[in-house]
Design a protein around this ligand. Structure first.
Ligand code: ADP
Length: 225
């Protein structure tokens, strides 16, 4: 059943940008729509969306909880999170988003570094995507007990309606129709994040109030076996 649903979700997700491309190109060929740079850039956006979707799909296939393979090393997670925040700074400035960070120094962990970074990117990307005016994000990393850490990413964005909360970590699930269309995500980011955190024996959860904001909480063992 899961496989069937997955296949039908995939074809549904791929069909929309493909049919947009098809009808627009037909209109150009029929002389009904001018092949101006402006029009071509609309088509290019659809192609980019397809490319993102295919990349996300590849990750999500590779990240099935039971088959996911981790390449663990010891690294300084505090430094990595600080660097990720720095890499987002130009976009935050451009969109007038303020960020408060509370990153405990020198937390060394034994995890799959690239995959944990990907989780942070997915969650931060979302916080930015679903912000309104006067956006604020806060991010913290703390030792929770002597062998566990907690990462929290909070935003004062659009929030998530209660009825959507149980599903937002499902593949392809997108809660806010209009905003989701506008932002053009794939609905895969959080499902990928969840698979990665689960593979590290961790937990990921969300608190959210519609219209007020959301908080994503990740709890991980410092050294997962
Ligand atoms: P998407 O590509 O749609 O962003 P995700 O799997 O990353 O897919 O997220 C699933 C859905 O959860 C999103 O479509 C959005 O409706 C909701 N969501 C995720 N993060 C946030 C957030 N920080 N604020 C509000 N809604 C969010």
């Amino acid at each position: 059943d899961i496989r069937k649903k997955y296949a039908s979700n995939i074809s549904h997700e791929l069909r929309t940008p493909i049919s947009t491309l098809k009808s627009h190109i037909e209109a150009i060929m029929d002389g009904l729509w001018e092949a101006s740079p402006e029009h071509l850039s609309i088509l290019m956006n659809e192609i980019n969306r397809l490319a993102t979707l295919v990349d996300d799909l590849k990750d999500s296939f590779n990240l099935d909880e039971d088959s996911i393979s981790l390449n663990k090393t010891t690294f300084n997670l505090s430094e990595d999170i600080n660097n990720i925040i720095i890499s987002f700074t130009p976009r935050l400035r451009k969109n007038n988003i303020s960020i408060a960070q509370n990153i405990e120094d020198d937390i060394n962990v034994y995890m799959d570094r690239d995959k944990i970074k990907q989780v942070m990117y997915n969650i931060l990307e979302n916080s930015i995507k679903y912000l309104d005016e006067n956006g604020k994000i806060s991010i913290s990393l703390k030792i929770f007990t002597k062998d566990r850490i907690t990462i929290r990413v909070m935003d004062n964005g659009i929030g998530i309606r209660e009825e959507h909360l149980p599903f937002i970590f499902d593949r392809f699930y997108r809660a806010d129709e209009s905003r989701s269309k506008e932002t053009g995500g794939s609905g895969l980011g959080l499902s990928i994040a969840k698979s990665i955190i689960k593979a590290h024996d961790g937990e990921i959860g969300v608190n959210s109030v519609y219209g007020e904001g959301s908080e994503f909480i990740i709890d991980l063992p410092l050294n997962s076996t």
